[in-house]
Design a protein around this ligand. Structure first.
Ligand code: NAP
Length: 541
């Protein structure tokens, strides 16, 4: 359908919420298809997660050259990564560069939050209400809202009374924070806490880490990329992306197909030493396949990792406290670290185990545990997110017959392939719950989801369909499939944001089927099958 024949009754053909990695590419694709599109974002520039997370130590743990977009060779050839695992400022520069390269900025509006979105059955349009009071109509509503964009503060009282500086890592200030010589508290030891602790420990006056559950962390082994290596990377992009597309996780690291029991203990350890000393996620995702599915194999590798922690942390009591007791290696997302364990060897760094002495409250001068009152200049909340569905719950989304998305998802999300929801026509959730982007290297699957959605919208436009809605049966059958994936993974037995737990969000205290665990290749195949069968599982009107 060309621009002349398109129904122009709406303010826009499409509104995209979010100007991060996903929203940027979605905008590019829809503009290419001749649609009138607007992107709205509450930040004041593009970048999404890389705009917000400015905390010291924030960087990739995917290889930089597997994180960039693969769709444009010109873009690949003109961008140089300076490190194997680029830091946040570089990634933010990259995303701004993409926006400039494709001339996308004029279609983006910043500093605006979407307050509500209401589907109007009479004209099959969405009405999107912004916090500046405007209500804009569109045919397609695309949520590129990120999976970790609703930061959660801990449910501890007194935070607002603290006289020093305090912030959640997601909202780390834009202006430099002087940490030199300061007394700093970090609450939380997930991937974020682990990055920041390793980065600031040498600089601060005193660092106190408040830990509830330790994680199994592994060294990132970051290093610079020189001009010669960057040239080689540019020559091999086709191969790099083909390798990423072939692995279940979308990273360069494919699981090792050998069965652990077929190797001698010495051979196993030699392989593990190699993984531990190599850059990136190999130690988690390139390990023997059975480490993540067989409890005995998992226990053996976890024991190997205990050895690594005690080699690196001098004080045996601290080393033991840093060793997870409640879950095996890799059954929660593995934080990749740089000098994390070594940080605890400084005299000015202290670990407070909240299982022994829980925090009672934040005081005007610091933090009171059940054992003591500690004074701080700065409190850093590395306490995570209301993951995946939190960003949706913060917008009042109403579908057909007045149904609220937040009500539908109250006990856990339900979607069809993470792309759409029954009762919410023309809502494309893109990186939504129960899709594969959430559980894999984000960008490669994002590209698939965006391209699939763009092709779907093109189909709807060309055939004069005004409405595409997921059927209830398709949604139920996808949920059953997603649940089945949880039955076959040790990840599903561990409390984390992958399984929907968050002690700081009411009601998030039981298993939720948040992500698709079947891997990126199977997910791509499913999307292709659905498209080939003319969007089977959707009702087109
Ligand atoms: P997280 O993994 O959910 O960790 C939050 C931490 O805060 C946990 O240690 C948690 O303890 C603790 N916590 C939460 N509430 C608490 C409370 N009330 N009292 C005490 N401790 C509390 O969040 P995150 O570290 O921000 O990481 C989230 C995800 O972001 C990662 O899994 C990763 O996917 C992504 N990330 C990516 C990168 C990267 O790509 N380089 C870097 C950072 C993060 P419990 O474990 O006991 O709940």
């Amino acid at each position: 359908m060309n621009n002349e024949s398109r129904d122009n009754t709406a303010d826009f053909d499409a509104i995209i919420v979010g100007a991060g990695l996903c929203g940027i590419y979605m905008l590019y694709k829809l503009l290419q298809q001749g649609l009138r599109v607007m992107v709205v974002d509450r930040a004041d520039e593009p970048g999404g997660t890389w705009y917000w997370n400015r905390y010291p130590g924030a960087r990739f743990d995917s290889e930089s050259y597997t994180y960039g977009y693969s769709f444009s060779d010109a873009l690949l050839q003109e961008w140089d990564w300076s490190e194997h695992f680029a830091a946040q400022p570089e990634t933010l520069r990259y995303l701004n560069h993409v926006v400039e390269h494709f001339d996308l900025r004029e279609h983006m509006q910043f500093g605006l939050s979407v307050e509500r979105a209401d589907y109007n059955e009479a004209d099959s349009l969405w009405a999107v209400t912004l916090d500046d009071g405007r209500s804009l109509s569109c045919r397609y509503l695309l949520t590129a809202v990120g999976m970790l964009s609703a930061a959660t503060l801990p449910n501890i009282s007194g935070g607002e009374e603290f006289h020093g500086k305090s912030f959640h890592t997601y909202y780390w200030p834009k202006e430099p924070v002087d940490l030199k010589g300061k007394r700093v508290a970090v609450i939380g030891t997930g991937a974020t806490g682990v990055q920041i602790i390793g980065a600031i420990a040498p600089e601060v006056g005193q660092l106190t880490v408040f830990q509830r559950r330790p994680n199994w962390c592994a060294p990132l082994h970051n290093s610079p990329i020189d001009a010669e290596e960057m040239a080689r990377i540019k020559e091999s992009y086709a191969d790099i992306f083909a390798r990423c597309r072939a692995t279940p996780n979308g990273f360069l690291h494919a699981p090792d197909r050998r069965v652990m029991a077929d190797l001698s203990e010495a051979e196993r350890h030699a392989f593990w030493d190699e993984l531990y000393n190599s850059p990136g996620f190999g130690v988690w995702l390139g390990n023997f396949r059975d480490v993540l599915v067989d409890p005995a194999s998992n226990a053996e590798f976890s024991a190997y990792m205990v050895g690594k922690i005690s080699e690196r942390v001098h004080d045996p009591v601290t080393a033991e406290k840093l060793t997870p007791q409640d879950h095996g290696f890799g059954t929660r997302r593995v934080p990749m670290e740089t000098n994390y364990y070594e940080a605890y060897n400084y005299d000015h760094v202290r670990l407070v185990d909240l299982n022994d002495t829980p925090i009672e409250r934040i005081t005007p001068t610091g933090i009171a545990t059940t054992a003591e009152e500690l004074e701080f200049d700065i409190i850093v909340y590395a306490t995570g997110f209301d993951a995946i569905t939190g960003a949706y719950d913060r917008v009042d989304i109403t579908g057909r017959r007045g149904q609220k998305l937040a009500d539908k998802w109250r006990d856990g999300p339900i979607t069809y392939m993470g792309t759409g929801v029954h009762g919410f026509p023309n809502l494309f959730t893109l990186t939504g719950p129960q899709g594969a982007s959430v559980s894999t290297n984000f960008p490669p699957v994002i590209e698939t989801a965006v391209e699939w959605t763009a092709a779907f919208i093109d189909y709807l436009e060309r055939h004069g369909h005004r409405r595409a809605e997921v059927t209830e049966a398709a949604e139920q059958s996808w949920l059953a499939h997603v649940k089945n994936g949880y039955d076959h993974s040790l990840l599903a037995q561990t409390k984390s944001w992958f399984t929907g737990y968050n002690s700081n969000v009411a009601g998030h205290d039981k298993l939720r089927y948040m992500v698709y665990l079947g891997g990126a290749p199977a997910y791509r195949e499913k999307l292709a099958e659905v498209a080939d069968a003319i969007y089977e599982g959707y009702e087109l009107t």
